[in-house]
Design a protein around this ligand. Structure first.
Ligand code: SF4
Ligand code: SF4
Length: 91
């Protein structure tokens, strides 16, 4: 399951640099989480780092993106493979 930032977010900027998957970015008004990249920190940490640091506790699990632990591990491995792939050089 990916996580979700609610509109209680105060844009404190603390969570964005803590995400090991670069899944957090500034949205139109508040920060947002890309569910394609969020592994709930599986593969990196025991606990979701954004939840650990958020001062207003506004990062629940996203019911629209329910995933089993195995799926999160698959996502983690896919993200690692993408990160390791060489960048295509322009011709
Ligand atoms: S749970 Fe982990 S991977 Fe997901 S957004 Fe938070 S810090 Fe990033
Ligand atoms: S840590 Fe919480 S309040 Fe701060 S930017 Fe992230 S989601 Fe918003």
């Amino acid at each position: 399951m990916a996580l979700l930032i609610t509109d209680e977010c105060i844009n404190c900027d603390v969570c964005e640099p803590e995400c090991p998957n670069q899944a957090i970015s500034m949205g139109v008004e508040i920060y947002q989480i890309d569910p394609v990249k969020c592994t709930e920190c599986v593969g990196h940490f025991d606990e979701p780092q954004c939840v650990q640091v958020c001062p207003v506790d506004c990062i629940p699990k996203d019911p629209a993106h329910v995933e089993a632990n195995e799926s999160l591990w698959v996502k983690y491995r896919q993200l690692q493979a993408l990160a390791a792939a060489p960048t295509p050089t322009p011709r």
